[in-house]
Design a binder for this molecule. Sequence first.
Ligand code: TIU
Length: 220
Amino acid sequence: MQIPDALPFPFEFQLPRSALVIIDMQRDFVEPGGFGESLGNDVSLLRAIIPSCQQVLAAWREAGGLVVHTREAHAPDLSDCPPAKRQRGNPALRIGDPGPMGRILVAGEPGNAIIPELAPRPDEIALDKPGKGAFHATPLHALLQQAGVSHLVFMGVTTEVCVQTSMREANDRGYECLLLEDCTESYFPQFKAAAVEMLRAQGAIVGWTATSAQLLRALA
Ligand code: TIU
């Protein structure tokens, strides 16, 4: 398969060796009352990508591709949350504090769940990750290696934080990475624009970008 109009040049992939990686589309970031809003952000911006993410997820499932969902989530005793991460800045709510949707960024709490629109199926990989990147302190690399995956298609939030970190981690581990531009969003549009440009700069130094329509054409 090929996305001929991917940037900065065509992206070639084989579905059996590819995975769709959906980063942190969880209530904490996408719905009011969660961690994202506690950092002072307008979460409505992020909700705008849900329909295009749903379309891609449906097409990827239909084609039989591997799907990975991640959640930024900590153990209830916060043993996997470095004090530096918990204490940084002056947020209204810190990781582990009780919020309107349960404890902020704690595994198993209502706010930590992936939004119902993109809920994982039982046969899909759903990973809790304590870091911004999906490879830090998770079995993701081992699971992908076991499945023979070499190419990753990314969606999710936020573009310049968890998505970009995960793509850089993946790139350093030898994966060919593609970001779907209209399936990722930031609380800061200028940060999204900059992240998209820098990832594909210098001859795809981190990876490629494409639109969901371009990927859907390749899958059709
Ligand atoms: N998932 C993710 O991006 N976590 C963040 O903390 N993002 C922010 O933009 N804060």
